[in-house]
Design a protein around this ligand. Structure first.
Ligand code: ATP
Length: 263
C-alpha cells in the first residue's frame, strides 16, 4: 500500500534453522491507523510482531526472506535498538513488568531511553493512574495497572508505531474495556499508529480501522474493520456468531483449520 508507515512483504521466519513459522507474510500499517492482526493460537501473530521489532535473534529465530520496511527504511535485519530509535515499540504479551521495581523505575528500566522529563510528562499525562502509582512496587499492582505500566514503558521511547501483543489477555471484563479505551486514545489523542494482536476479535475490530486474519503463518483475509466484522467466516470463527446463531469457542477453530476455507 502506498504511503504505509510499515510495510511487511513476503516475510518468511524460521526458528532454530528448521521450524518454518511465517510463510510469505505481507501486511501494511498505514500511518495514523489502528490495524488489528487476528488469528487462532499458534498462527504466528507474536512471531510477526517480534520480526518487526527485531527480537527474533534472542529466540533463535530469523527472517529468512522478504522485507520489513518502516517509513521508507529497510529494517529487515536491523538491530532491535535501532528500530526503537526509529520509532518502533512493542508491548509484549503477559505484561512483563519488573516486579521489584517501582512504577517510575520500570519506566526507565528495560527501555532504550534514560527517561527525559518530557518522556515522563508524556507518559504520566497520558496515563494519570500511573502518575498516582509512581512510587509503588510494580509487583503489587493489579493486572490492569500492570498493563498500563507495560504500555507506559513502551511510550517512553516516543514511538511512531506501537505494537501490542494481546493486551487484554487474562484481564477482567472491566479492565479489558479500560485497555481497549487506552489503545483507542493512543490513536486519537497521541496520533499513534498501532498494530494490535488480539484474541478478542470483536473488541479489536471496534477500535481498529482495518484488520488481517492469519492462519499458519500467512494472511488469509484482510479488509476494513467493518468488512471483517461482516464477513461470515470471521463472524463464525472469531466473533462467535455462527449462522445458526450459536456461539463457538476457540476450541472449534481446529475444526475450521481442517476445513481450510481460506487457503
Ligand atoms: P499465540 O496466540 O498462541 O501466542 P501466535 O499466533 O502468537 O499464537 P506464535 O507465538 O507466533 O503464534 O507461534 C507460531 C508458531 O511458532 C507456533 O507453532 C509456535 O510453536 C512456534 N514458535 C514460537 N516461538 C518459537 C520459538 N522460539 N522456537 C520455536 N518455535 C516457536
Amino acid at each position: 500500500m502506498a504511503g504505509a508507515l510499515l510495510a511487511v512483504q513476503n516475510v518468511e521466519v524460521i526458528y532454530d534453522e528448521v521450524i518454518l513459522v511465517l510463510r510469505g507474510l505481507s501486511l501494511d500499517v498505514p500511518a495514523g491507523e489502528i490495524v488489528a492482526l487476528l488469528g487462532s493460537n499458534g498462527a504466528g501473530k507474536s512471531t510477526t510482531l517480534k520480526a518487526i521489532a527485531g527480537l527474533l535473534p534472542t529466540e533463535h529465530g530469523a527472517v529468512t526472506d522478504g522485507t520489513i520496511d518502516f517509513d521508507g527504511t529497510d529494517l529487515t535485519h536491523a538491530e532491535a535498538a535501532d528500530r526503537v530509535r526509529r520509532g518502533v515499540a512493542l508491548v509484549m504479551e503477559g505484561r512483563r513488568v519488573f516486579e521489584h521495581l517501582t512504577v517510575n523505575e520500570n519506566l526507565i528500566a528495560g527501555g532504550y531511553t534514560r527517561g527525559s522529563r518530557a518522556d515522563f510528562d508524556r507518559v504520566y499525562g497520558f496515563l494519570p493512574r500511573l502518575a498516582q502509582l509512581r512510587g509503588r512496587v510494580a509487583g503489587y499492582l493489579s493486572g490492569g495497572e500492570q498493563q498500563q505500566l507495560a504500555i507506559g514503558r513502551a511510550l517512553m521511547s516516543n514511538p511512531r508505531l506501537l505494537m501490542l501483543d494481546e493486551p487484554s489477555l487474562g484481564l477482567a471484563p472491566r479492565l479489558v474495556d479500560e485497555v481497549f479505551a487506552i489503545v483507542a486514545r493512543l490513536n486519537t489523542e497521541l496520533g499513534l499508529t498501532a498494530l494490535l494482536v488480539e484474541q478478542n476479535a470483536r473488541r479489536a475490530l471496534t477500535i481498529a480501522h482495518r484488520g488481517y486474519v492469519m492462519e499458519t503463518g500467512r494472511i488469509v483475509l484482510s479488509g476494513t474493520a467493518t468488512e471483517l466484522a461482516d464477513n461470515p467466516d470471521v463472524k463464525e470463527f472469531y466473533l462467535g456468531l455462527g449462522e445458526a446463531g450459536g456461539r463457538r469457542s476457540y476450541r472449534d477453530v481446529k475444526h475450521y483449520t481442517r476445513r481450510k476455507r481460506w487457503l
